[in-house]
Design a protein around this ligand. Structure first.
Ligand SMILES: Nc1nc2c(ncn2[C@@H]2O[C@H](COP(=O)(O)OP(=O)(O)O[C@H]3O[C@H](CO)[C@@H](O)[C@H](O)[C@@H]3O)[C@@H](O)[C@H]2O)c(=O)[nH]1
Ligand SMILES: [Mg+2]
Length: 200
């Protein structure tokens, strides 16, 4: 983390109530040569991982549905969002995290996963980098009903849906989570599941 475009960084803790919110003040060298003082609030919740689980033979994918308060505070009428299975790394590496989350949230014990992207979630405000995976699942990998950790009051609905239907939802604008859109588009572009035709 070095650059000659910023100096005099000052950090003020605004909240460590659950995760960490700081106000960073720093001098920034504009491209026209002027130094200006800038302030940015930065939210640090660590990094995360997400996975698109798919079954080529059944032509299905597994997604989740859960209540997301921040979306309810915006314009999501009931606050529920259809998403890929995802979680925060905590102390795990991304692969171990996503294998753990897959078992906790959707109830499948998978071993093989493939990393396809690594990207910042919301670079203007969050430190978070997301690690994106895909993974094949089969019925015999199911070890529980998923749903998330009761100790954290997670209340996750597991959706096993035909890929065709999910692609239609995507094109109708019914999938409104960026991480989920990214991985569904990856699946379409790379023909993870063969569809006769993809309508737009
Ligand atoms: N008490 C309390 N609990 C919280 C708070 N924020 C989160 N939690 C708890 O922490 C759990 C985190 O569950 P994970 O499955 O690890 O994370 P996630 O919420 O699914 O996050 C995933 O999606 C996010 C985007 O929506 C990503 O930002 C994140 O990296 C990850 O991929 C939540 O279910 C909830 O119980 C909070 O402010 N207070
Ligand atoms: Mg989660």
């Amino acid at each position: 983390m070095t650059t000659n475009r910023i100096k005099n960084i000052a950090s003020k803790l605004l909240s460590d109530n659950y995760y960490i919110l700081k106000k960073l003040t720093f001098d920034y060298l504009m491209k026209d040569g002027r130094w200006v003082t800038q302030a940015r609030e930065v939210y640090d919740r660590g990094d995360g991982a997400g996975i698109l689980l798919y079954n080529k033979e059944k032509q299905t994918v597994i997604l989740t549905k859960q209540f997301r308060m921040p979306t309810y505070m915006n314009d999501n009428t009931d606050g529920f969002l259809v998403e890929i299975c995802a979680g925060m790394l905590d102390k795990d590496n991304p692969k171990a995290c996503i294998i753990r989350e897959t078992e906790e949230e959707v109830g499948y014990r998978i071993k093989e996963v493939k990393k396809v992207y690594e990207a910042y979630s919301s670079p203007g405000v969050m430190t978070e980098k997301m690690h994106f995976f895909i993974g094949e699942y089969t019925d015999d990998m199911k070890v529980n009903n998923g749903g998330g950790l009761d100790s954290e009051h997670e209340d996750i609905e597991v959706l096993e849906l035909p890929f065709r239907e999910v692609v239609d939802m995507l094109y109708k604008g019914e999938i409104v989570d960026t991480r989920t859109i990214v991985l569904l588009q990856y699946a379409i572009i790379n023909r993870l599941i063969e569809l006769e035709e993809i309508s737009h």
